[in-house]
Design a protein around this ligand. Structure first.
Ligand code: HEC
Length: 90
């Protein structure tokens, strides 16, 4: 049991670290005070992933986010969601 729990925690940490790495690109725009560019810090993980996938599929039409989301794989989206959910806007 303890091993399983540790494994889950390690996987989680890896997710957040990958998310932090991938987030560098996002900060160019999303570090700005929320206005035309919405705040994405502290968004619920599930919502975050849903929105990015909607941009990727163009269900939510936005040319900028469509091109960015189009380059992200599912596991990268999960990692970004995990990172932003627990991170405050700098
Ligand atoms: C070139 C600027 C730019 C970059 C870089 C960028 N975004 Fe965005 N993002 C936007 C804009 C503009 C919107 C608002 C689009 C709209 O009105 O639908 C947005 C919207 C979003 C939303 C929806 C927020 C909400 O509450 O509606 C999420 C989530 C998001 N971006 C995540 C990301 C992630 C993750 C990255 C990095 C992989 C990223 N963005 C990189 C400009 C950018």
């Amino acid at each position: 049991m303890a091993f399983a729990a540790n494994g889950a925690l390690e996987a989680r940490t890896a997710d957040v670290e990958l998310g932090r790495y991938l987030a560098a690109e996002c900060l160019t725009c999303h570090r700005a005070p929320p206005g035309a560019i919405p705040n994405i810090f502290g968004l619920a993980e599930a919502t975050f992933a849903e929105v990015i996938k909607a941009y990727r599929s163009n269900a939510l039409a936005n040319p900028v986010m469509h091109s960015i989301a189009g380059r992200l794989k599912d596991d990268e989206i999960e990692a970004l969601a995990a990172y932003f959910a627990i991170t405050k806007r700098p």
